[in-house]
Design a protein around this ligand. Structure first.
Ligand SMILES: [Zn+2]
Length: 328
């Protein structure tokens, strides 16, 4: 499929994005009372070229960033990492468009995190090794428990971050039961600026890959329940950090899949309790499916553990760097 240039067209009303940032505005269009941001307007906003790169792919690109959107789909790739949109990219009239707030709260904090992190803290990272004690989490074919793996990776991520001079605490230092509420409270007591919960997934023997979850936006579906029932309108404590959550989640996923070359399951949204109750920007990493023998081998190998820990640590460090850039 050849590359076809689409012409940008300025159409419709202008939406001021209330992000508490130095953000200017972008042109939007309305359809049936809903607000959309055409990809044709996002391209000039970022100084990007827009082109159709496949039957169902539209790419926006400049020297620094590449955005790729799949039409009629919630999948987009931001600098190569999969980020799930809240709603599919839809054709409105003659042009493909994102529904608000997929531009303002998903794409923007992923592409320009520094524009939204002026008030974010950068001193203390709290890592949360999932499960513990009688709560073993998932079990691998060779009977390795998730709780041991999450602790192992947490130790490694801590070492890597401490080597960069970053202060790191763990929610648990030993193999003990710890309630989900207590994990958030520990983060609050430590004055955490970043909270990252570590988990491994389980689902049969063929599912594979790494994904990073952030808290679902109020009035929007979680990634896996899209279109089912009515999404919760409740705003949880963690929703105070929606933009920073996205910036953090995107950074971790980008660096994790780059480091491990795992199947990229993307940045997804869910209403997990540790994310709802997080006292600061937060993400939950599902590092692999340990019920899949191939991924089990990977996570039990020293090189696999090194790659996973390095990816997560690099992602957190990149997010902290975005904050330092925001404060300049
Ligand atoms: Zn788990």
């Amino acid at each position: 499929m050849g590359t076809r240039k689409l012409t940008a067209l300025a159409l419709g009303a202008t939406l001021l994005l209330a992000a508490g940032s130095a953000l200017s505005d972008i042109r939007t269009i309305s359809s049936r009372g809903e607000v959309y941001v055409p990809l044709n307007n996002i391209a000039p906003y970022y100084g990007m070229q827009i082109s159709q790169t496949g039957k169902d792919r539209i790419q926006l690109k400049n020297k620094w960033h590449t955005l790729e959107f799949e039409t009629d789909s919630r999948r987009c790739w931001i600098n190569g990492a999969l980020v799930w949109l809240n709603n599919p990219v839809r054709k409105i009239g003659w042009q493909w468009a994102l529904k608000d707030p997929d531009f303002a709260k998903t794409v923007e904090p992923s592409v320009r995190p520094y524009a939204f992190l002026k008030n974010a803290g950068s001193r203390v990272v709290v890592l949360d090794p999932g499960h513990g004690g009688s709560d073993t989490g998932a079990t691998s074919p060779r009977k390795i428990h998730e709780k041991l793996l999450t602790k192992n990776i947490a130790n490694r991520v801590r070492n890597l971050l401490q080597a960069r001079g970053i202060t790191v605490y763990l929610t648990r230092e030993d193999d003990r039961n710890l309630s989900l509420t207590e994990r958030g409270k520990i983060a609050a007591r430590r004055n955490a600026d970043v909270f990252v919960s570590l988990h491994a997934d389980s689902a049969g023997t063929t599912a594979e890959g790494a994904g990073t979850f952030i808290l679902a936006l109020p009035q929007h579906y979680s990634t896996h329940s899209y279109g089912k029932g009515t999404p919760s309108a409740t705003s949880h404590p963690g929703n105070k950090f929606d933009l920073a959550n996205q910036a953090l989640g995107t950074r971790i996923q980008q660096y994790l899949v780059k480091s491990t070359s795992q199947n990229d399951r993307g940045v997804k949204r869910a209403r997990f309790q540790v994310l709802r109750e997080a006292p600061c920007p937060a993400a939950l990493v599902e590092m692999a499916f340990i019920t899949n023998p191939k991924e089990e081998r990977f996570v039990l190998s020293k090189s696999g553990q090194d790659k996973i820990a390095r990816g997560i640590a690099d992602g957190i460090a990149a997010y902290l760097h975005d904050i330092s850039r925001a404060k300049k």
